[in-house]
Design a protein around this ligand. Structure first.
Ligand code: SF4
Length: 323
């Protein structure tokens, strides 16, 4: 992170399925402890656990539940028998959702009929699987209520690219919520946010980069809150796209353009070699990025000093060693 934009004091508030923190809240009294979440991410995230099934009063242990389609509607029922917990689940979810508005991200437990984000089995009245494209009852409501909040399944955080992307989005969203959202919104805060995330935008989606800049060119064209809302929607959609090696190369070369006048020729040659080596998949992103950061620090250019692209999250997470 740059010195200007520390993450939320006390850790960034991120929601999490309670069983991932090791809490014994699963239907069988067990948990699904994620060592990555409690051992690594908890140094930066202030995890706020929730077990929707427990909130619905289903207790521990409890009969296993699944999603069942009946009369064109999805129900939460016990896997054996007919006991239907849909109303209790929906009431618990409706109670919980307003208290999650401050979160900057959410990590969900996969395969759960409550928390699973994708590929959840849906059954018919006979208990047979009729499709596998369902979403957990809580996950569905969470993502509908907070469509811009970064949400990811814990299992997918084992993928280097998905993990890096999710964490980058959480830090960027935290920046917005701390410095632009609500009372913080002003033409100045909006432009400053866009300025410091410009190269991230360019790397994630050149299309959004070209749309969002002009959107801010006339801040009197519409109420500022409307423009900010449209901007954030486009920004988060762009950030959800994973960055290809070619797109990182393009962003790094753009950045280098601001340093060219001051950089010694020999340094420039090494940097270009390493950017090319990164494009070929021979070195991870951290290699050319470290050289770029060294160059930027030696010749501080104000515009580059604030760029979150150079350090979108704490180096200690080691994410750029693996993409
Ligand atoms: S997956 Fe969700 S509902 Fe199931 S035990 Fe974990 S937190 Fe509770």
């Amino acid at each position: 992170m740059t010195a200007e934009q520390p993450p939320s004091a006390g850790g960034i508030p991120v929601g999490i399925s309670a069983c991932l923190l090791g809490r014994e809240v699963r239907h069988d009294g067990g948990h699904k402890h994620s060592r990555y979440c409690t051992g690594v991410l908890s140094r930066y995230f202030d995890f706020q656990p929730l077990c929707p099934e427990l909130e619905a009063g289903l207790g521990v242990p409890r009969p296993a539940i699944h999603l069942r389609e009946r009369d064109g509607n999805l129900h939460v029922t016990e896997t054996r028998g007919e006991a239907d917990h849909t109303a209790a689940m929906d009431a618990a979810i409706a109670r919980a959702l307003p208290g999650l508005a401050h979160l900057r991200g959410y990590i969900l437990m996969a395969k759960s009929p409550s928390c699973g984000m994708d590929r959840i089995k849906v059954h018919n009245a006979d208990g047979q699987v009729v499709r596998r494209d369902g979403r957990g009852r809580f996950a569905e409501a969470l993502m509908a209520a907070y469509p811009l909040m970064p949400v990811e399944e814990e299992g997918r955080l084992n993928d280097d690219g998905l993990r890096e992307n999710f964490i980058e989005r959480v830090f960027a969203y935290d920046d917005w919520r701390q410095n632009v959202a609500g009372d913080q919104l002003s033409a100045r805060s909006l432009i400053a946010f866009h300025t410091r995330h410009k190269f991230q935008l360019l790397a994630h989606s050149e299309k959004h980069y070209r749309q969002l800049g002009p959107l801010l060119s006339d801040l009197k064209a519409a109420p500022l809150a409307d423009i900010a809302g449209r901007y954030l929607e486009g920004f988060m959609a762009a950030m959800a796209r994973q960055v290809s090696r070619g797109a990182h190369m393009n962003a790094m070369l753009h950045l280098l353009g601001y340093l060219k006048g001051t950089m010694p020729e020999a340094d420039k040659t090494v940097l270009l070699e390493q950017i090319e080596a990164y494009r070929r998949g021979e070195v991870p992103l951290v290699v050319p990025m470290t050289l770029l950061r060294m160059a930027q620090r030696r010749e501080p250019v104000d515009y580059l000093r604030v760029q979150q692209y150079l350090a979108p999250y704490p180096d200690e997470l080691g994410l750029r060693n693996r993409v």
